[in-house]
Design a protein around this ligand. Structure first.
Ligand code: PEP
Ligand code: MN
Length: 337
């Protein structure tokens, strides 16, 4: 339920309603908007609540939240959420650029690449130290050593580090190094992991599961938000369909649809979304045109010899072109990049 307070409701009345909600066995979340304050009453809904809450002093009206996800819903919060980590700002007027290799391979590789990406206008550096691989025989990542290499690249460039965490028991370690904790597509419904990153208090980039519906995606975000962590970035990275000309199918209607349903920022991953390097720049342009709040792109100095995902990885030269073209498109949709 949402308790909408009158514009002139006093702090005491707001406080009283929050306590009243708590006494009903629900969790109150006070949201101060530009014009008025609303209090979300979160928990299992039951009949008769409206009648109990509506007579409260300073209450204008009580509304149900129709969406199954509550904290993530734009019914609860209309103002857009802006997630910040160092110079990386996602959800404001800027279209953010996060770039880097699929896997962190060596210190020289990640530091050299980070310098180029920074110069080309990226604000975030991606790179996997813990890698979820389809085959157990594939490279699994340099783990803590890889995290240290990322930290060196950040010290050299100031780029915010976006890196994946795969297990609840690794959250503390990865959070020591990362600026943004990435939850991979394969873990989107790993609820204990979602709760653990919710507790870590660091921004979270949540990738859409390859067979998840939008409601399931937003309910996964809800797990993080429900732990009191409001810094969640949604990432469309493509879904599995019958189509096999691309690695996944990248549905860009997700971007405006998520913006309608949720206040959380949305980034697009055209690398995993297509699996083909030559499609990455055009789909980046399309994502910015569709209103994406950011891009997360795989870049490598020598994609042919990348240890993972080389086929969908672009060179720094192609990334320069991507930035140049996307900047122009961003301007056309009243954003900057
Ligand atoms: C990645 O970002 O390298 C990755 C493994 O992504 P996803 O979880 O979307 O497959
Ligand atoms: Mn990858």
């Amino acid at each position: 339920m949402i308790v909408v307070m009158k514009p002139d409701a006093t702090p005491a009345q707001i406080d009283h309603m929050a306590h009243h909600i708590l006494s009903l066995g629900l969790t109150p979340q006070v949201i101060h908007g530009k014009h008025q304050t609303v209090i979300a009453a979160l928990g299992e809904e039951r009949p008769g609540l409206t009648e109990v809450l509506e007579p409260g002093e300073g209450v204008e009206k009580v509304l149900p939240i129709m969406a199954p996800y509550k904290r993530a819903s734009s019914e609860l919060k209309r103002e857009r959420t802006v997630v910040r980590a160092r110079d990386l700002e996602i959800g404001g007027t800027q279209v953010a650029a996060i770039a880097g290799p699929c896997s962190v391979e060596s210190e020289d590789q990640i530091v050299g690449l980070a310098r180029k990406l920074k110069q080309l206008g990226a604000q975030g550096l991606r790179g996997g130290a813990f890698k979820p691989r389809t085959s157990p025989y594939s490279f699994q990542g340099h783990k803590e050593l890889g995290l240290r290499m990322l930290a060196t690249a950040r010290a050299e460039t100031g780029l915010a580090i976006v890196t994946e965490v795969m297990a609840p028991e690794h959250v503390a370690l990865v959070a020591e190094y990362a600026d943004v904790l990435q939850i991979g597509a394969r873990n989107m419904q790993n609820y204990q992991l979602l709760q653990a990153v919710g507790d870590a208090g660091k921004p979270v980039l949540l990738k859409r599961g390859m067979s998840a519906t939008i409601d399931e995606f937003l309910l996964a975000a809800e797990y993080v938000l429900d732990r009191g962590n409001s810094q969640v970035i949604l990432c469309e990275r493509g879904i599995r369909t019958y189509e096999d000309h691309t690695r996944f199918t990248l549905p860009l209607a997700t971007v405006p649809y998520l913006h309608e349903k949720s206040h959380l920022p949305v980034v697009v991953d055209p690398s995993h979304g297509t699996g083909k390097s030559r499609l990455v720049v055009p789909m980046s342009r399309a994502a910015v045109a569709a209103g994406a709040d950011g891009l997360i792109v795989e870049v490598h100095d020598d994609p042919e010899h990348a240890v993972s995902d080389g086929a969908q990885t672009i060179t720094p030269g192609a990334f320069a072109l991507l930035m140049e073209q996307c900047r122009r498109i961003a301007e056309a949709v009243d954003r900057i990049m």
